[in-house]
Design a protein around this ligand. Sequence first.
Ligand code: BGC
Length: 830
Amino acid sequence: MSETVSRRSALRLTAGAIAVAAAATGPLIPLTPAAAAGRPGAGAGPRVERLLARLTLDEKISLLHGATDPDSLGQAGYVPGVPRLNIPPLRLADGPAGVRITRHATALPAPVLLASAFDPELARRYGQVIGREGRALGQDVLLSPMVNTIRTPYAGRNFETFSEDPLLASDVVAAEIGGIQGEGLIATVKHFALNNQEKDRNSIDVRADEQTMHEIELRGFEAAVDAGTGAVMGSYNKVNGTFACENKTLLTDILRDQWGFTGWVMTDWFAAHSTAAAITAGLDMEMPDDTYFGAALKSAVRNGGVAEAYVDRAVRRVLSVMDRFGLLDGSAPPRPDRDAAAGAAVALEVAKAGATLLRNERRTLPLDGGGIAVIGPTGQLPFVSGGGSAHVIPDRADSPLDAIRARAKGTVTYALGEDLFGKAVPASAFSPALASEGQEVAAGKTWEYDGTLTAGEDDEWTFVLHFSSAATARPKVLLDGEELFPLAAGYGEYFSGGLVALAPDGLGVRRKTVQLAEGAHTLRITADGGDSGLLFRLRRITGATRAQDLAEAVHAAQVARHAVLFAYEDATEGLDRTTLALPGHQEQLIRAVTAANPRTTVVLNTSSSTSMPWLADTGAVLQMYYPGQEGAAATAAVLFGDSDPGGRLTQSFPVDDDHHPVAGDPRRYPGVDGTEEYSEGIHVGYRWYDAQGVRPLFPFGHGLSYTSFAYSDPQAHWTRGGLEVTFTVRNTGRRAGTEVPQVYVGRSPDVRLDQAVRVLGGYRRLALRAGERRRVTVRVAARTLSSWDAQHHRWTLGTGRRTVWVGASSGDLRLRTSAQVDGRGDGGHR
Ligand code: BGC
């Protein structure tokens, strides 16, 4: 059974259970021009109209929902075409970090790492890789990019999206879509909208006022529409009381009437909730099946519940995009071959460009020579991509340890430190004997074990089950009558992480921690060999094995000149984190290793921010997120200084669980009684820290280089409808390096709407040689200088004298000047 199929059944289990004003002053800026002349796909052409006239109702409906692909490549979705009229089928594949099918593809770094480069041109090339591969791998539609705002540090998909800042997110999404679609693959911006947490994502009602929505979450989607995205995916959650996939405000008033979107809107997987309400609100396609948009739609049309004009409208939107991509008249370029080498090169470049050096004391980095102890499970086992629909089967993935060995000129040792997959249980613990390191059950056979497991002392045991078959067929293990690995309800089985859910040899893994008293415990295991046989192992991690792993790591660090400790946190859609602490016993490991060797670098393979109570004990901290298939080489290149760490944080890192924008108020996060309130309003991310005067651990925009930079001579003035900010950056160190100067703009004295203390107005990624100086001009568009006026439902420019800062992060503002914003000229809206 393919993963897609098993996931569908897992999702089906839950399908049944799933259940805007202050007065403004200042000139009003017109809305984005709807359906701008010349924009691709601005209207249905004659070919589409001719087809529409010939399609039967059944054929039309078949274009509006997903179906089973007779020739599936393991992609997420399929829409059969209409062969009679030469309308080809559509294959739809995830996702954000590469093409996800059941074949190998380039596993690119997580989108958050891409955004960390602050380099839209790189995002375009990232998109190009996926665009070309998607077409080469038989796909027509990519279910990506995701542009939801990073609002809560706990959200399980923060690695799949870009930023807490709407300008940066808009720039990256627009460029990436340009790259994807330039290769002939249709992009799908997702998840529209306010899908900012995974907890209760199928049912949560997210309440946000109109100003907040437009200024924060919606800007990235609007940028995607402006960039010509062919499709939009509606989110699972409700928005202000109505499911996003049947929300007329979102799907028609904003998307169509305000932004002029002409492509089609599909649901997220199993996110449809109705037939008539959804199609009239503006939904065009149900995925991945036909619960509401199949027979139910046909009978609604037949009995007058839905006017056929709505069906025509939706079909027209789908066919228009297909026509625009040359899929209706055979004018689409032939499918190219994969270019795995080019994909790998971009994957490496992005991982290096986004690598974010958070701390570097006592010249810990770059490393020189050898005498290095590599520690941590992800030091050896490469952490390639996150879990859920963002997981890609990589072409290859090297071990960071090997990459460090290849680069170091001297000894490199390794210690596990933290055990993810368990150690063999001593044979003497089982009575009668159990082949716990490899029990095979033949196809069609059942197998049983009835015995005892004896613990030598009172201890905490983490049982680790490795199994070869589909999760649903794994063995049942009962300890003292309690089932250790029960099947999780709904999404639980599918969304179990990108790294920890699979053993290095590909077996599935589940864990369970129990307190085990000294003595004998009854153990009963039943297993079914199913159609293809079953192999399983039962391992354990105990206090004693943990102490041993810790001692080995400490010893390795003690005798080395440098320690490089890889720490992980494994995120997936469908789940949020419950703490910002690193999972397992990693904090203890970091404390012990840094105590043994202060020249310790912690490399973080984490999805988003983590708290770092151990920070002051470290020499350096390098944030690599999920670095993709070339992560090992990229990490080594940065550690040794072959590449300057050019990444900057796209989200503020909080000090701890009590000091961040959604802390302390369950209505804000994770929601109360099914409702979550965006009560921080427009003060998301660094805007909140600035408004509240709270210091984050690391501010938005932070990231160190191996060299240093000086900023000088700021000037700012209003010209051609935007602010032009000019300043000088000089590399004051002795090596070449990358700097990302950022321009922030303060409040308008003329606007009586809520305003952030300051917002990112623009940025520039610069590579400067030692001693080189560069005069830089950054343009701040009128849109960024505007507030959304909810009373008049439009943008209003923040005129008057506004403070302008230039700095190395939102917390490191080096220069200050001001400029008069007068509103003359057309400032553009991004
Ligand atoms: C995710 C989407 C994804 C879809 C298809 C859903 O669970 O939320 O992002 O595109 O599955 O795999």
